[in-house]
Design a protein around this ligand. Structure first.
Ligand code: SAH
Ligand code: SF4
Length: 375
């Protein structure tokens, strides 16, 4: 298997090139691409509109990788955590968050993370390796399969006011497919996606390809701790994807301390990169702000935050810190959250305070911890 090409690593243009090397026409690539990403084919034998000769050739030179969850845990609120064994001792997790019929899947981009943010459990595991494009895509496909086999208990199609990753434009929401399946993809699981762009960019291209997974680009969000040059590259190569930035602090002094990346790209440069990021029309940059009790959760912080982001089309995700063994930070009080939230609302900022979904199965963002390793 090792020297065979995993076709799940290939975007449609890359697959076209691969088949051109075998003297095949372009439309063959489209057919095979659809078999893989739309019909979830596991073998070339299934590809009935492809000639026997080509199928035989492919089975000798290529393969179609797959992931099945090693474990699935469901929280009280319907959140599902999937543990994937990558086969080389590494495990990553994906978290499905059913928001009233709008399923959001949080996927991982790396095993571990090199960025070392002080508050983040994933950051305490050093980076083991980048995920391949196929491994990123296979998380989505495995969860789609699970949703067909075990539909979530929550009612689908409940009208929703305010979806934190939605831009308010529901013009394409008639698409039936998303009601039961995954509607939003957020790259907020393990790892820093912009630290693995060579694999993340093709993965997003497959996600949004009309012949691929068919996600609308407005439903795909990449979250970064602030790798400035990579933000520019992402914007150049996939201009319409949603950008979320983990700001988490309003002074360089604090951000330097809790997010070492800030020593390379301080707040000013980060915000400049946000401003330059090509977002269409009414779309906004999402600023994530992890509230650490007594550290960054005062009214003065809220005021500074507002000032920092006010000249960028913005919305804010407040994330109350999820306590864990990896560090001594504390969750903010309810009063601190409410005051912070209210200040922003009163100043016309769209703000969502994220509930710590999946807390009971420690599935919340930044808490993805390989149970595997413990077991
Ligand atoms: N590396 C990317 C995406 C993964 S982290 C990034 O940093 O943006 C996803 C989000 O979880 C980030 O906003 C991060 O700040 C937040 N986070 C990390 N640890 C957390 C914790 N213990 N409690 C709450 N949020 C946390
Ligand atoms: Fe990595 Fe994001 Fe965690 Fe920072 S917050 S250590 S960038 S996963």
């Amino acid at each position: 298997m090792s020297d065979k090409i995993d076709l799940k690593n290939l975007t449609l243009p890359a697959l076209e090139l691969f088949l051109k090397g075998k003297g095949k026409e372009r439309f063959r690539a489209t057919q095979i691409f659809k078999w893989i990403f739309q019909h979830d084919a596991h073998s070339f034998d299934e590809m009935t509109n492809i000639s026997k000769d080509l199928r035989l050739d492919l089975s000798e030179t290529a393969c179609i990788s797959n992931l099945e969850p090693e474990a699935v845990e469901e929280g009280n609120d319907g959140t599902r955590k999937y543990l994937f064994n990558l086969g080389d001792g590494n495990g990553v997790e994906s978290v499905l968050i059913p928001i009233e019929g709008r399923n959001t899947l949080c996927i991982s981009s790396q095993a571990g993370c090199a960025m070392g943010c002080e508050f983040c459990l994933t950051g305490t595991y050093k980076l083991t390796r980048n995920l391949t494009t196929a491994e990123i895509i296979n998380q989505i496909m495995a969860v789609e399969r699970d949703l067909v086999r075990n539909p979530p208990a929550l009612p689908a199609n409940v009208p929703v006011i305010g979806d934190d990753l939605d831009d308010g434009d529901d013009s394409e929401d008639g698409q039936a497919a998303s009601a039961a399946g995954i509607r939003n993809i957020v790259m907020m699981g393990m790892g820093e996606p912009l630290h693995n762009l060579d694999n993340v960019i093709p993965a997003i291209q497959i996600m949004i390809d009309g012949n691929g997974l068919q996600f609308s680009n407005r439903r795909v969000t990449v979250s970064t701790c602030g790798l400035v040059p990579e933000m520019a590259r992402l914007g150049r190569e996939i201009p319409n994807v949603n950008l979320a930035v983990s700001l988490n602090a309003t002074t360089d002094e604090l951000r330097d301390r809790i997010m070492p990346v800030n020593r390379r790209y301080p707040i000013r440069e980060l915000l400049k990169a946000c401003k330059a990021f090509p977002l269409p029309g009414r779309r906004k940059v999402t600023f994530e702000y992890v509230m650490l009790g007594g550290i960054n959760d005062t009214l003065a912080d809220a005021k500074r935050l507002l000032r920092l982001i006010s000249d960028i089309p913005n919305k804010v995700n407040l994330i109350p810190f999820n306590e864990h063994e990896g560090c001594d930070f504390k969750a903010p009080t309810k009063a601190a959250i409410d005051t912070f939230h209210k200040y922003l609302i009163d100043h016309n900022v769209t703000v969502i305070t994220r509930d710590s979904r999946g807390g009971d199965i420690s599935a919340a963002c930044g808490q993805l911890k390989g149970k595997l390793e413990k077991a």
